[in-house]
Write a protein that binds this ligand. Structure first.
Ligand SMILES: Nc1ncnc2c1ncn2[C@@H]1O[C@H](COP(=O)(O)OP(=O)(O)OP(=O)(O)O)[C@@H](O)[C@H]1O
Ligand SMILES: [Mg+2]
Length: 340
C-alpha cells in the first residue's frame, strides 16, 4: 500500500551567500515526505537546517538566503515554482506555521479577538458576526478558558501557554491542510509544554491535518509523531516511522541522540552525549558530515559522502555501514538496552 504524501521535499538546497566566496549551505540536498494526515517530526542539533527547510516550504527565507535547487511538492505542485502572489494564498490558507515564541508573532497593540478576526477576514469573506462566532469557536477549540473574556484581552495579559494557544488558533483559522510547528513549546515550562503538544496531537486527529513538528527533543517525537526525519549539518541522515526509528535506529548519529535521551530506567550519569560539535558551515567535511564525531568512521567515511538509501519498512539511512562498499569491521551500531 502506498501512503499518499501531502508534501514531498526533493533534494532541496537553500543557501546563504554571505559574500563572494562564503556560502552557508544551510539546507544542502534535503529530501523527506510528510504523509497525508500524519505527523512528521524533524529532529537534529541546533544549526542542522530544520527551520530553514520549513521556511523554504513557505518560501519565507530572507535574503541573502535563496532556494538554489530542488523541488517542494505540495499536493503534487512545486512550491518553488509558484509566483509570490500564489504563495501568499497558499500561506495561511493551506499551510500554516507556528513559531517558538508567541510574543514576537502576536501584535502587542491589538486584542486577541482582533488578531484572530484579521486572519479570518484575510482568508475568508466573513461578515462581522460570523467572524466573532468563528473567533470564539477557535478559542474554544484550542482549550482557552473563558474565551469571551480572552477575545478582548491583549497578548501581555496572557500567560505563555495561553499565548501559544492563541497562536495555534490563528494558525487553524483557515483550516490548513498542513501545519508546520517550529519548536512550538521550547519557550514554555514543562507541564505547559506537554499540554500544548497534547493539544496539537488532538487537533491533528480531529481536523485530519498533516503536521510537521520541528523539535530537538526525541522524547517529544516519541509522544507525538508518526514519522521522523533526523537532520545533521544540512542533510537528512535517517528517515523512518517512529516505531522503526526507536526499535532499530541505523545511523550512528540517531543512536547518539537516543543514547543521550533521559529515560526513567537509566541514571543521568550513564547517559552518553555525542562527543564533539556540529561542523562549521565554512568547514564542512568532504565525506560524511558526521564522520569526525562517529565512533565507527573509516577512511571511506572521511572521503566520500554516502547517499540516503532506502531500507526495509520505508526506513532511509545515509551511512556507509549499510552499503556493500563498507570497508570497516562488522559493527553493532545499536544495542537495545537489556534492562528496557
Ligand atoms: N540569515 C542567515 N544568514 C546566514 N546563515 C544563516 C541564516 N539563517 C540561518 N543560517 C544558517 O543556516 C543553518 C541552519 O539554520 P536553521 O535555523 O535552519 O537551524 P535549526 O536546525 O533550525 O537550528 P535550531 O535548532 O537552533 O533552531 C545554520 O548554520 C545557520 O547559521
Ligand atoms: Mg530552528
Amino acid at each position: 500500500m502506498t501512503v499518499e504524501n501531502i508534501l514531498e521535499i526533493k533534494n532541496l538546497k537553500t543557501y546563504f551567500s554571505l559574500d563572494k566566496d562564503r556560502v552557508v549551505k544551510a539546507v544542502d540536498g534535503v529530501s523527506y515526505v510528510v504523509p497525508k494526515g500524519k505527523t512528521l517530526g524533524i529532529v537534529g542539533e541546533s544549526g542542522s537546517g530544520k527551520s530553514i527547510t520549513a521556511l523554504s516550504v513557505l518560501r519565507l527565507v530572507d535574503e541573502p538566503g535563496e532556494i538554489v535547487d530542488g523541488e517542494i511538492l505540495f499536493k503534487g505542485e512545486d512550491l518553488v515554482k509558484k509566483k509570490v502572489s500564489e504563495m501568499r494564498k497558499i500561506r495561511g490558507n493551506q499551510i500554516s506555521m507556528i513559531f517558538q515564541e508567541p510574543m514576537t508573532s502576536l501584535n502587542p497593540v491589538h486584542s486577541v479577538g482582533k488578531q484572530i478576526k484579521e486572519t479570518l477576514h484575510i482568508h475568508e469573506d466573513l461578515i462581522r458576526q460570523e467572524a466573532n462566532h468563528k473567533a470564539l469557536d477557535l478559542l474554544k477549540l484550542v482549550g482557552i478558558p473563558s474565551p469571551e473574556k480572552r477575545l478582548t484581552q491583549y497578548p501581555f495579559e496572557l500567560s505563555g501557554g495561553m499565548r501559544q494557544r492563541v497562536m495555534i488558533a490563528i494558525a487553524l483559522a483557515c483550516n490548513p491542510e498542513l501545519l508546520i510547528a517550529d519548536e512550538p513549546t521550547t519557550a514554555l515550562d514543562v507541564t505547559i509544554q506537554a499540554q500544548i503538544l497534547e493539544l496539537i496531537k488532538e487537533l491533528q486527529a480531529e481536523l485530519h491535518m498533516s503536521v510537521m513538528l520541528i523539535t530537538h527533543d526525541l522524547g517529544v517525537v516519541a509522544e507525538t509523531c508518526d514519522f521522523v526525519a533526523v537532520m545533521y549539518a544540512g542533510k537528512v541522515v535517517e528517515y523512518a516511522d517512529v516505531d522503526t526509528l526507536f526499535e532499530s535506529p541505523k545511523h550512528p548519529y540517531t543512536v547518539g541522540l537516543l543514547n543521550s535521551l533521559p529515560r526513567h530506567d537509566i541514571k543521568m550519569e550513564e547517559l552518553t552525549p555525542i562527543k564533539g560539535m556540529v561542523p562549521s558551515p565554512f568547514e564542512m567535511p568532504e565525506g560524511c558530515r558526521f564522520a569526525p564525531r562517529c565512533p565507527f568512521a573509516t577512511a571511506l567515511c572521511q572521503e566520500k559522502l554516502p547517499d540516503l538509501e532506502k531500507k526495509e519498512n520505508g526506513q532511509e539511512v545515509r551511512c556507509w555501514i549499510y552499503t556493500d562498499e563498507w570497508d570497516g569491521e562488522e559493527v553493532k551500531v545499536y544495542e537495545p538496552n537489556a534492562t528496557t
